[in-house]
Design a protein around this ligand. Sequence first.
Ligand SMILES: [Zn+2]
Length: 188
Amino acid sequence: MLLTSDASSPQLLTRGNAARKGCQVDPALLNPLHPSHDHWMAAAIALAEIAAAEGDIPVGAIVVDRHGQAIAQANNRKQRDGDPTGHAEILALRAAGQSRQNWHLNDCTLYVTLEPCPMCAGGLIHARLGLLVFGTADRKTGAIQSVLNLPASAASNHRLPIISGVLADRCQAQLQDWFAQRRATIHH
Ligand SMILES: [Zn+2]
């Protein structure tokens, strides 16, 4: 596996015995350079654009099952819905569980443009998610690698395979553009 020291290149953050722990995603997906990662992250970026257009921080999330089918997708709706839990990951996990009538998502991959916060990291653990793939790191509230590593902490009963840095530059630019635009609006 080709890994570089460039933080914006996709990396597998967790290794080891994902399969023995009940993870049922295709082991080929644990390769950070698997082509489907770029495909689904691009789709998540498009979802994030919907959030941006509606006044929410641009974050998008998609849940893909073991057959490579998207079973749920969501964008951040916190502002629009006045919902403190309205993050893209929570909404996508909820929709995925409802679509299957089963909260157990250990054969699924969740793609999200931004590193999950503590609330969303908790949701991923509760779902026994098979694989998390995220775009850019969140230095302020990231609970996967930046501030905390909640899935690897003593509070977690689920070892979550994680790939970071997929289309990270695009995900980061989308967020930066949104914040720059908002600052410009406030100042005028
Ligand atoms: Zn969150």
